[in-house]
Design a protein around this ligand. Structure first.
Ligand SMILES: [Zn+2]
Ligand SMILES: [Zn+2]
Length: 170
């Protein structure tokens, strides 16, 4: 599924309205830059592309628009760890990374974990990285920040997010 491909410059404004966003010129330009992009572009790469049509757009605006798009389910965000982390557990295993508190928890992988076919044979590292909200933060966020709407949205997308699991080979 690729919603940016399903939508066009003509249908994008209605999609925005349906999700409570105004279709501004900048949002449309970011959408156009993303449309069908398969290279997992960063905010900076997207900004460079958008500047070609909207030279005055700031990096901040592009960053905010990308997060808005992720919040309404147009795109998903692959979160990078903010800094290198070091792991005492060696061998293939899974990590759950909490988007709120940043905690990284280890989980064992099933004994036979499927490697996507067609990958180069020389493989050194297998990691399943799942991001989300840990149980502690889920309780805390619910109690402290009831006005926060991003969490229910994320929970609703949980099924989709499962599809975003990535296996990274280094
Ligand atoms: Zn947490
Ligand atoms: Zn680990």
């Amino acid at each position: 599924m690729n919603k940016t491909k399903e939508l066009t410059a003509n249908t994008f404004p209605a999609f925005c309205r349906e999700h409570g966003l105004k279709c501004t010129a900048q949002r449309l330009a970011v959408f156009a830059a993303l449309r069908g992009a398969m290279g997992h572009p960063s905010a900076d790469e997207t900004w460079a592309k958008v500047k070609k049509t909207v030279p005055t757009v700031t990096r901040d605006s592009v960053y905010r628009i990308l997060n808005d798009f992720a919040a309404i389910g147009l795109i998903s965000r692959l979160d990078a760890l903010s800094a290198a982390r070091y792991d005492t557990r060696l061998g293939p295993h899974a990590h759950f990374i909490c988007e709120v508190c940043g905690s990284v928890t280890d989980y064992s992988l099933p004994a036979t974990f499927p490697i996507p076919s067609g990958m180069p044979r020389e493989q050194h590292h297998l990691e399943l990285r799942v991001t989300g909200i840990c149980d502690n933060c889920l309780k805390g966020v619910g109690a402290r920040r009831p006005e926060q709407v991003a969490v229910p949205q994320r929970r609703r997308n949980r099924r989709e997010r499962k599809g975003a699991r990535e296996v990274s080979g280094v």
